[in-house]
Design a protein around this ligand. Structure first.
Ligand code: ADP
Ligand code: ZN
Length: 217
């Protein structure tokens, strides 16, 4: 099962990708997570990416395309994968198609999480992530039992550098300009499955299961 999760920042791609991973045992491939890990390690990739990420801008296509090309060749992708945060531009989508042709894979579904823009800002500003295990929380919608502490592992919860309000506005603009055109792109290929991403996370997940399982049967 090869899936793409599409949607604006704050639509819940990361949360849903983790839930899909747990249920279907396929890896979540998040370019955002890969880039953040590189920034933390201080690699040359990380240094290159950091300036863009801190401003809320997209990292150049060549950089992320190279990452994905390499990642999709790993053996844990044999039974399928969920792409979360890639592709984000038309050149990335076209490169992905070429990569797939090369490694003889194809796409099953592109799941588009559709959320109102006003809701996105509220979600992003309250978002907190565990430093240690990557667990995700929200100060309003999914608060941890103890403030600032991860329920899963006891690690410290942090706010992402790019989840500050000015940066969020830039990310939403980048999304509208560069990523939203992919909705039509995948619709034309008959791969798009749009889901209203406005409800609770379990409700959204139910709809994803319906899309995915239909294909399995
Ligand atoms: P969100 O979807 O909430 O914006 P991500 O974790 O997916 O968060 O991405 C965070 C940042 O990482 C982006 O703002 C961008 O700078 C960079 N990034 C992630 N994926 C891509 C991509 N496919 N192309 C370019 N930049 C990316
Ligand atoms: Zn944790």
């Amino acid at each position: 099962m090869n899936l793409i999760l599409l949607g604006p920042p704050g639509a819940g791609k990361g949360t849903q990708a983790q839930m899909i991973m747990d249920r279907y045992h396929i890896p979540q491939i998040s370019t955002g997570d890969i880039l953040r890990a590189a920034v933390k390690e201080g690699t040359s990739l990380g240094k290159q990416a950091k300036t863009f990420m801190d401003r809320g801008q997209l990292v150049p296509d060549e950089v992320v395309i190279g990452l994905i090309d390499e990642r999709l060749r790993a053996s844990d992708c044999n039974a399928g994968f969920i792409l979360d945060g890639f592709p984000r531009t038309t050149p990335q989508a076209e490169a992905l198609q070429a990569i797939f042709a090369n490694i003889e894979k194809s796409m099953d579904h592109v799941i588009n999480l559709d959320v109102d823009p006003e809701e996105l800002v509220r979600r992003l500003t309250g978002r907190r992530t565990c430093n240690n295990c990557g667990g995700m929380f929200h100060i309003l919608f999914h608060p941890p039992q103890k403030e600032g502490v991860c329920d899963r592992c006891g690690g410290a919860l942090c706010q992402r550098e790019d989840d500050r309000e000015e940066t969020i506005r830039t990310r939403l603009k980048e999304y509208e300009k560069q990523t939203a055109p992919l909705i039509q792109y995948y619709q034309n290929k008959n791969l798009l499955r749009s889901i209203r991403g406005g409800g609770g996370q379990n409700q959204i997940f139910e709809q994803i299961i319906r899309v995915v399982d239909e294909k399995v049967v």
